[in-house]
Write a protein that binds this ligand. Structure first.
Ligand code: NDP
Ligand code: GDR
Length: 328
């Protein structure tokens, strides 16, 4: 059975990918950081088969030890500081983890290869945020990168570093340029989950309003469960490459609000939503829409969950969660 090492195991994608790989018979190892990570219990509860190894993307020796402990055949680098808005407040830290962390793990892989003569395949979690101020619609693997946040800049560094290590050392290193993907496991700081949770709470009488930022931005939203399959598919190819993973549809934040409120029978969302400057970003990414043609043709990948079902899934989940939490 192959062995896989996942960084970012406690995150949305780490959990879905771990479930997918365990289902395929992999021995899955997850890198866990900190001396007492509160999310350990979540991983143990959802995917008890995963073996946790201590390590941090800013600490190369810990990454080497994780590779040795897991004897990984495949390494999925999902670990990052991933919240775009936060990246302006902690730009250096974001750069350290989300950018330099990629170089660190690639260097750890080189050391591992020199010492143990093993060459695991590598997946880098690149992002549509790299397109930023978009130079082409829809965005493809060839579109110029023009990031708009410290997070986006750090992802561009990680992306090009992955390509450079592939070209310099012949590593089987692939980058998935994933557009926004969501699920009931999405962190509450991201807009879809913030909305689905607030809609559930408003419906249940636990909250009166939701305070938002820019409602005109447009995103290409898919379901995380579909997107982790694409990651795995990339590492099964003979040649490493870069792929856009997206639905090819875009929706505004206003449409997200409309769709989410409609799930609970509230057809006019406007009385419940207030805008506040504190949720506006210093530079915005206005429009993202990806062209997943290459992934469809070369990997045979396609998304299964469409936008309305995704929003419904998230609102229903939050309704159940809030009911349980508050006994209503
Ligand atoms: P999450 O924010 O849910 O998870 C991020 C993970 O990174 C967590 O497990 C976190 O661990 C870990 N992490 C943070 N800092 C470090 C560190 N110093 N060393 C090791 N691990 C660390 O992100 P997602 O699951 O949504 O995304 C996965 C990856 O895909 C990220 O790289 C993200 O940038 C990228 N991406 C995500 C997209 C999306 O729409 N979801 C789209 C495109 C790219 P801890 O719990 O300990 O903080
Ligand atoms: P994004 O996701 O920045 O695209 O990055 P997020 O859900 O945070 O924002 C999407 C859009 O919604 C607008 N917005 C708000 N966003 C948040 N979080 N909170 C609000 O109140 C709010 N109001 C409006 C934002 O301005 C933005 O335009 C996500 C992350 O998962 C990244 O790690 C990943 O790389 C990209 O998706 C692809």
């Amino acid at each position: 059975m192959p062995n896989a090492l996942i960084t970012g195991i406690t995150g949305q994608d780490g959990l879905y990918l771990a479930e997918l790989l365990v289902g395929k018979g992999y021995n899955v190892f997850g890198l866990i950081r900190g001396q007492n990570n509160p999310k350990t219990e979540l991983v143990e509860a959802l995917v008890p088969e995963v073996r946790l190894v201590a390590g941090d993307l800013s600490d190369i020796p810990s990454l080497l030890r994780a590779l040795e402990a897991s004897e990984a055949d495949e390494v999925y680098n999902l670990g990052a500081i991933s919240y775009v808005a936060y990246s302006w407040d902690q730009a250096l830290l974001t750069n350290e983890v989300t950018g330099r962390g990629v170089l660190n793990i690639l260097e750890a892989l080189r050391l591992y290869e020199q010492i143990h003569r093993r060459s695991p395949r590598f997946y880098q979690a690149s992002s549509s945020e790299m397109f930023g101020k978009v130079h082409q619609v829809p965005q493809t693997e060839e579109t110029l990168l023009w990031p708009r946040s410290p997070y986006g800049v750090s992802k561009v560094f990680g992306h090009y570093t992955t390509i450079n290590y592939r070209e310099s050392y012949g590593m089987h290193a692939s980058s998935g340029i994933l557009f926004n993907h969501e699920s009931p496991r999405r962190g509450p700081e991201f807009v879809t989950r913030k909305v689905s949770r607030a809609v559930a709470r408003i419906k249940l009488g636990l909250q009166d309003e939701i305070v938002m930022g820019n409602l005109d931005a447009k995103r290409d939203w898919g379901f995380a469960g579909d997107y982790v399959e694409a990651m795995w598919m990339m590492l099964q190819q003979d040649e490493a490459d870069d792929y856009v993973i997206a639905t090819g549809e875009t929706h505004s934040i206003k449409e997200l609000l409309e769709t989410a409120f409609a799930v609970v029978g509230l057809d006019d969302w406007t009385p419940y939503v207030r805008q506040d400057a504190r949720f506006m970003r210093p530079a915005e990414v206005d429009l993202l829409i990806g062209d997943p043609k290459k992934a469809r043709e070369k990997l045979g990948w396609k998304p299964r969950v469409a936008f309305p079902q995704l929003v419904e899934m998230m609102v229903e989940n939050d309704l159940n969660e809030q009911k349980k939490l508050h006994g209503v």
